[in-house]
Ligand binder design. Structure first.
Ligand code: AMP
Ligand code: MG
Length: 493
């Protein structure tokens, strides 16, 4: 295997996960793609590694992102984790098609580099280790769309396609996404060691020393691991609560909120059958495979809480008292509501959120739900109802009900002294005009399958700045036309 000796300085690379005992992972090389082709490289993510844009066009960069080369002296590895899938304990899972290449000291901190779709591992179970171009484009675009919205997420560095054939419902081609995160540790990593106190303590120490030093309790000679675990749980709970508020406020549905897809850093992780809603339905299910609607939009915060409780259970083996773990989780709801209300106030252009605003907020969702109004545009156009009322009203098949809500909203605005122009501008910074609607992702996928990556270029450019209106790109803000065939998105990836 090649070594990418020129991309990074010798003292810039390491693999902290490999400092854990060998039971936590398996070292193995990725399976290189055949005739790899760089379909997109992302300068914004490259900057996190300190890589200039010129490097992204080199053969060395392609080798790294195609699974052909490794960081100097670092053998890639796949990690083991377990988890609950659709509410059922699934036992051991793990990186079934992902390879951690190592970590790089970047200008803003350490970033791990991970390939997804890079071949079978001991954790592949029945899977083939591949990822298809379709799902890779979806992950690639969504990561950067979320980053553009200011929502914590793993980042996407590069998308590499190939001529390798992969069987899904149809024959597709294989691709690899190179993604970045300070850590890819999941709730499932802790769940995996729920019955092994010694290993759990090692994992806890690793996670706390690298990413949560403030959670450490005790002294260097006498660490208090149960107390440290409770503080860590509280911090993860609060990050997760804030993440859920952000998802809800942009109409994002993850689709597979299994515990193994939950990041301990509170990042959006593992983009599969996700969806940004078009027509608002509170119980919208984005994943065709989710027949029971376990991961519908309006269940996401509660599911996150359920997942956190499973994480808490895995810490019992450290000697944590159940009451202390419960106490660590107790703040989830208030943290969620605080972030959600603050975010909703910004989206509505309210200087503050008052308890009585809850009725206005509830009635807003009821209005959108009843009329299946477009999630993104209903918020976005609200900032301009003074001058462009018709645009906003046109989103509602029964405009009288919308007018009635608007009158109450405007009465509430009249209560605040903020100048209207300032309020509208502020609202436009809180309500994106462009989100990664499924049909837009689909257009980019279909073009890429024909060898045309220009749609990926355009969407990356647009979605990294989703609040800024672009001349000539009005169609990218619109929902799919009513006669367009419904797109089915499933776990197939
Ligand atoms: P996901 O539903 O994508 O989060 O995947 C759940 C588990 O299945 C994880 O352990 C994945 O690594 C594994 N997995 C998913 N697809 C594949 C595949 N094509 N080959 C091997 N493992 C896979
Ligand atoms: Mg996953």
């Amino acid at each position: 295997m090649l070594h990418t000796s020129h991309l990074f300085a010798a003292d810039q690379t390491h693999c902290s996960f490999a400092d854990l005992p060998s039971g936590f992972y398996t070292r193995l090389a990725p399976r290189p793609l055949t005739q790899p082709q760089l379909l997109h490289a992302n300068p914004a993510a490259a900057a996190l590694l300190g890589l200039p844009e010129s490097v992204l066009r080199t053969a060395e960069f392609l080798d790294l992102c195609a699974g052909n080369a490794q960081l100097p002296g670092i053998t890639p590895l796949a990690t083991v984790y377990s988890g609950h899938q659709f509410g059922v304990w699934a036992g051991q899972l793990g990186d079934g098609r992902a390879h951690l290449l190592g970590d790089v000291q970047g200008p803003l901190g350490v970033q791990e580099i991970q390939l997804k779709g890079s071949g079978r591992t001991p954790y592949s179970r029945m899977g083939d280790g591949w990822a298809v171009l379709r799902s890779s484009v979806r992950e690639y675009l969504a990561s950067e769309a979320m980053a553009g919205l200011g929502i914590p997420t793993t980042r996407a560095l590069a998308l590499v396609g190939s001529q390798d054939r992969v069987a899904r419902e149809t024959l597709e081609t294989a691709a690899v996404v190179t993604r970045l995160a300070p850590s890819f540790v999941r709730f499932g990593h802790f769940q995996h060691w729920a019955r092994s106190a010694a290993q759990q303590e090692i994992l806890l120490e690793y996670v706390v020393s690298h990413w949560f030093p403030d959670c450490f309790e005790g002294t260097a000679s006498q660490p208090d691991w149960p107390a440290t675990a409770c503080r860590l749980l509280k911090e993860i709970s609060q990050r997760t609560a804030r993440l859920m508020a952000q998802w809800q406020l942009v109409g994002f549905c993850h689709g597979v909120m299994n515990t193994d897809n939950m990041s301990i850093l509170g990042l959006t992780l593992d983009y599969g059958p996700y969806g940004f809603m078009d027509a608002f339905q509170a119980n919208h299910i984005c994943n065709h495979t989710d027949t029971m609607g376990r991961y519908a939009w309006n269940t996401q915060p509660a599911v996150a809480q359920w997942n956190l409780t499973r994480l808490a259970e895995s810490l019992l083996c450290l000697g944590c008292a159940a009451t202390d773990l419960e106490a660590a989780l107790a703040g989830f709801e208030s943290t969620f509501l605080q972030a959600y209300h603050a975010g909703l106030a910004q989206k509505f252009g309210l200087p503050d959120w008052r308890p009585e605003d809850a009725v206005l907020g509830d009635d807003w969702w009821a209005l959108l739900h009843a009329q299946q109004a477009d999630f993104t545009l209903a918020f976005r156009y609200l900032s301009r109802v003074d001058t462009r009322l018709d645009d906003w009203l046109a989103l509602f098949p029964q405009p009288d009900a919308a007018r009635a809500w608007l009158a109450r909203y405007q009465a509430r605005l009249a209560d605040s002294s903020q100048p209207a122009a300032q309020r509208s501008d502020g609202m436009d910074q809180a309500n994106p005009l462009y989100v990664l609607r499924n049909h837009l992702a689909q257009q980019a996928i279909q073009a890429a399958q024909q060898g045309d990556t220009s749609e990926i270029d355009r969407l990356m450019d647009l979605l990294q700045h989703p609040y800024t209106e672009r001349p000539g790109l009005a169609s990218y803000a619109r929902p799919p036309s009513a006669d367009a065939p419904a797109l089915v998105v499933s776990c197939s990836s």
